[in-house]
Every structure is written in C-alpha cells, then in structure tokens.
Ligand binder design. Structure first.
Ligand code: DGL
Length: 277
C-alpha cells in the first residue's frame, strides 16, 4: 500500500543538477507535488568517496521520507552509483528511481562506434557504471572525461562562461578527434550546458539527456503503485538546501524557469535538521 497520491515526490542531488530531472518530471507530471533537497553544503559529490556519498544519501532519504515523500528520485549519478543498492536494501517499502549513464541508448544509436561519456569520478568508480558498460557497451569504444570544475561553474550559474567553455572544449575536442558521434551526460548538472556542448561538438553529434527517461520511469512506478496524482491543479514545490538559500533561490528562474520557496537545512552530527527562518 502506497501513501495517498497527494503526497510529494522526493528528489535529491548534491546541488542544482537534479533540477534538470525535476524539470522533466514537472513537464510530464505537472500535478505532482515535489520536495527537493540540494546538498549544497557538500557539493561536489563527484570527488568524494563512495562511503561518504552513501552516508549523505541515506540521511537525505530519511529526511524526505519523514516529510512524507511517496517515492524517492535520486537525481544524481554520483549518489546513485554510491548508494542506490544500499537505499533499496535499507528502505524495502520505498520505490526509488535512480540515474545511470545512458550507455545503452548511446551504444544502440552510435554509427561511428565511438561514444563520449561525461560524468564525475564517483560515477566512473561505482559498480553501476561498470555493470552498464559490461552489459551494453560491447563493440563500442567509450571515451570518458570527468570535466573537473564543471559542476562548480554550473552551481554558480555560469552556464556559458569562459571557464565552462574551456572545460567542455578540453573534454570534447580529443573525443571529437577520435570520431565520437554521441555524448552521454552522466551527471545531472550537465544538461544545463547542452547548448555549449552542442556548439563545440556540432549539430551532428547526438547528446543524450537522461532526464525524460527518468521522468517516464517515475510515472511508471507511480502508476504501478497507484500513487499517481490526478487532476488539473499544478503540484506544489518545496526546496531545501544545506547551502545558501539566497544562492539557490536566485538560480531557480534560470535553471527551472519557475520560482519556489527555499528552506535552509543543516548537517548536525551527520543528521539533517531544519533551521528556523
Ligand atoms: N549532479 C550530480 C551527478 O549527477 C553530482 C555532481 C557532483 O556533485 O559532483 O553526478
């Protein structure tokens, strides 16, 4: 038995990256209410150990469930790589939707047989990526790059800045020289720089944004468990950040095209607590 359908969907990421997933969910399921946690006190997750990211994910999940979330979307590849298995084992009654780099569709669609994958170190280290490569990438050459510093640029709203362009050009040019025709975005922050990626790579290169597929998976799970919210009214959105409220609020119109209430959360001895305004 699931929670009533007016309960919110819980979504989390290390920062603003998960907003790319939220946007796709809101587009497909506008009646759903959403609770979003941005762990900006710890961003970036990519260079951290899998154990550390796992402990953050466990506590954020506990928090979202305590706020009434009916399912949890781990809108972060690094957190999915580190913790999806443990989350499912620790909360067996809860449905999780996770991220994995879209190597499968890329391998199916590539004509040159060479695919670029942009993701953070935690994602490349995790068993999830190894398993996706093992299952789907036979006969395809995968060229990987961690785009150091790109998450920080996107967190600062610098979607089109000199540094952002430099990081992306440094990652993509060697890949283009090896004839990639497809780019997989293995970090939920990166869809926000698709225009720059497309400009550098050219319009013949296909860029795969996994967010719409993740939104469809959330819809399937909600439908299967009879928790889909119906009706014409748009769902509410509540955001929480462990970083600076003003910084997150200011980025919402740019990244999401909508505003929303943002509350402050803080980490105290490994636990999340709400700060009173
Ligand atoms: N957006 C996240 C991901 O999909 C995390 C980026 C980071 O914090 O390093 O991997």
């Amino acid at each position: 038995m699931g929670l009533p359908d007016h309960s919110p969907i819980g979504i989390f990421d290390s920062g603003v990256g998960g907003l790319s997933v939220l946007k796709a969910i809101r587009c497909l399921l506008p009646a759903e209410s959403i609770l979003y946690v941005a762990d900006q006190g710890h961003v970036p997750y990519g260079p951290r150990s899998l154990e550390e990211v796992r402990s953050f994910s466990m506590e954020i999940t506990r928090f979202l469930l305590a706020q009434g979330a009916k399912i949890i979307v781990v809108a972060c590849n690094a957190a999915s790589a580190a913790s999806l298995q443990m989350l499912r084992a620790s909360f067996p009654a809860v449905q999780f939707v996770g991220m994995e780099p879209a190597v499968k569709p890329a391998a199916e669609q590539t004509v040159t047989g060479v695919v670029g994958v942009l993701a953070t170190p935690a994602t490349f280290q995790g068993a999830l990526y190894a398993s996706v490569v093992e299952r789907f990438a036979r006969g395809v050459t995968l060229l990987q790059n961690t785009c150091p510093g790109l998450v920080a640029q996107i967190e600062a709203g610098a979607l089109d800045g000199v540094e952002t362009r430099y990081i992306l050009a440094s990652a993509l040019k060697p890949m283009l020289a090896q004839n990639i025709d497809t780019v997989v975005l293995g970090c939920t922050h990166y869809p926000f720089v698709i225009p720059v990626i497309q400009e550098i790579a050219g319009s013949d290169v296909r860029v795969i944004d996994p967010a719409p597929a993740v939104a469809r998976q959330a819809e399937r799970l909600l439908r299967a468990t009879k928790q889909l919210q119906s009706g014409d009214a748009r769902g509410s959105m509540q955001f929480y950040t462990t970083g600076k409220v003003a910084g997150f609020s200011n980025l919402l119109p740019q990244l999401l095209g909508e505003e929303g209430e943002v509350k402050s959360l803080s980490w105290v001895n490994g636990k999340l607590t709400q700060k009173l305004a």
